[in-house]
Design a protein around this ligand. Structure first.
Ligand code: BG6
Length: 481
């Protein structure tokens, strides 16, 4: 069956920066099924050729070394443009007509990609429904929805209700691009294709888990969005909780979308609810110095650009093991990493009583130094029985011969075209995630909220965050890869 990918918000940044380069790369690798067309929809009055030309330039820029004029020539004819306004029913009638023309009335699988401003998700879905574009009479119809999926539990529920009025759950693909990252999928392989780690992956052997998503960048010109969002909504409700789910979940019987997502959802169900003083003792927030002078940030804004949470999964596997999640803008480097810190040996028999051995640690480098490091104690040669921490280092770039790791959108777009929803968030998952984040956001508005610590850029967030960890007799793994 042929396919059509319809991108709403075609003139936006995501389309030129990520979506078209990802589709181009899939085409170049011969992975995009034959007979796949791409139709861009937005209000700008482009002709097909003018849009292709503008995408040629941006793809050459964003696809980097993988761009070749020759491959582009074979890709470009797959691309079409249809001007249209999401608020206008007539535009959808014209779109329906245009699609059936290029598909020549043949059974075609369609994927609608909502890459518009979030305020337009609901009208776009309603219009697709009214124009009969969700009906599966002549092929499958799927819809991909970008984040943010709502701004809190209430709006996420409302959005789910609206979408379910038009599309069934198995037609809906909610994107979290972190799930498209190779190293995130590799956590499944690491945990469930090896017998050496999984027996240790529980409360008996793990002291704690740290999940860090640090970014060197600051908010730039995104204040309009960012200041109403803050890092809890922007990064924790989706990316950090996704990383936590995959790290903590039970093995599904099969790598299959319902089973994988059932197991992930169970993790969210097990997250202990914070109450009363927990919000002050288990959450930290900060704002980088200079945030208030960024263009468009309102005077005196209390929006957090750094947060750290201590969460517990009250279940058989993880009871009592803290999961420390942190993320910040303006940090010392860009790194996403998951540290599984195993317990220390029960008794250190080699001198140096004051030294806490830092080995017994597995570090999953999600990006940019994609790989895995296993830290352990070794004897210092020629120094009695002194020990020190060393590590084994596996690096994906080395293993794939220097080729760049594929961008997350390649995998996710292809999965959506092929109908595999394993790496997309389900409706209940998104709502449960908001159910964890919302109470923290609420608590941070109350008089008992933990203070907003101002931190200089270029470090690891507020110094108070290190003191907070020290009080818990632990240390952040502050290492740039
Ligand atoms: C986005 C956030 O979802 O993820 C951004 O809105 C953030 O604020 C980005 O910078 C990080 O993604 P990545 O893939 O660069 O780690």
């Amino acid at each position: 069956m042929s396919n059509t990918i319809v991108i709403f918000g075609a003139s936006g940044d995501l389309t030129s920066r990520k979506l078209i380069p990802a589709l181009y790369r899939l085409h170049k690798k011969g992975r995009l099924p034959d007979q796949t067309r791409i139709v861009g929809v937005s209000r700008s009055p482009y002709e097909h050729d003018a849009w292709r030309e503008s995408l040629r330039e941006t793809t050459a820029k964003f696809a980097g070394k993988s761009f070749s004029a020759e491959a582009w020539e074979t890709f470009a004819p797959r691309i079409y443009y249809q001007p249209g306004d999401i608020q206008d029913a007539d535009s959808f009638a014209q779109l329906a007509k245009f699609l059936s023309e290029i598909e020549e009335g043949q059974p075609t699988g369609r994927v609608y990609y909502l890459s518009t401003m979030p305020q337009l998700y609901e009208p776009a879905i309603a219009q697709l429904g009214k124009a009969g574009l969700a009906s599966e009479d002549n092929g499958t119809r799927r819809i991909i929805i970008e984040k943010p999926f709502g701004t809190d539990l209430k709006t996420a529920k409302e959005l789910n209700v609206r979408i379910h009025g038009v599309f069934s759950e198995d037609q809906i693909y909610r994107i979290d691009h972190y799930l498209g990252k190779e190293t995130v999928q590799n956590i499944f392989a690491l945990r469930f294709a090896n017998s050496i780690f999984e027996p240790l992956w529980n409360r008996n052997f793990v002291d704690h888990v740290q999940i860090t998503v640090a970014e060197e960048v600051v908010i730039g010109r995104r204040a309009g969005y960012y200041d109403t969002s803050g890092i809890l909504r922007d990064m924790f409700q989706n990316h950090l909780l996704q990383l936590m789910m995959i790290t903590a979940m039970e093995p599904p019987a099969k790598y299959e979308s319902t089973m994988v997502r059932d197991e992930k959802v169970k993790v969210l169900h097990s997250v202990r609810k914070m109450t009363g003083g927990d919000f002050a003792s288990q959450t930290m927030r900060g704002q980088y110095e200079g945030y208030l002078s960024e263009e468009g940030v309102p005077k005196g804004s209390q929006t957090e650009t750094y947060a750290a949470l201590k969460l517990y999964c009250d279940n058989w596997r993880w009871r009592g093991v803290p999961f420390f999640l942190r993320s910040g803008k303006g940090m010392s480097c860009r790194t996403t990493q998951i540290v599984i810190q195993f317990k220390n040996v029960p008794h250190m028999m080699f001198g140096e009583k004051s030294r806490v051995p830092m080995g017994n640690r597995l570090v999953i480098q999600v990006q940019p130094a994609e790989g895995i490091q296993l830290h352990f104690e070794t004897k210092v040669p020629d120094a009695g029985m002194k020990t020190r921490t060393n590590h084994l280092d596996f690096n994906f770039q080395d293993s794939i011969g220097g080729d760049a790791m594929p961008d997350a959108y390649q995998r996710l777009l292809l999965d959506a075209v092929q109908g595999d929803a394993s790496l997309f968030a389900r409706g209940d998952e998104v709502e449960l995630a908001w159910g964890i984040i919302d109470p923290i956001i609420e608590a941070w508005k109350s008089p008992a909220a933990p203070p907003l610590h101002i931190y200089p850029t270029g470090l690891w967030g507020p110094v108070e965050a290190s003191e907070w960890m020290q009080k818990q007799k632990r240390e952040w793994f502050d290492v740039c890869p």
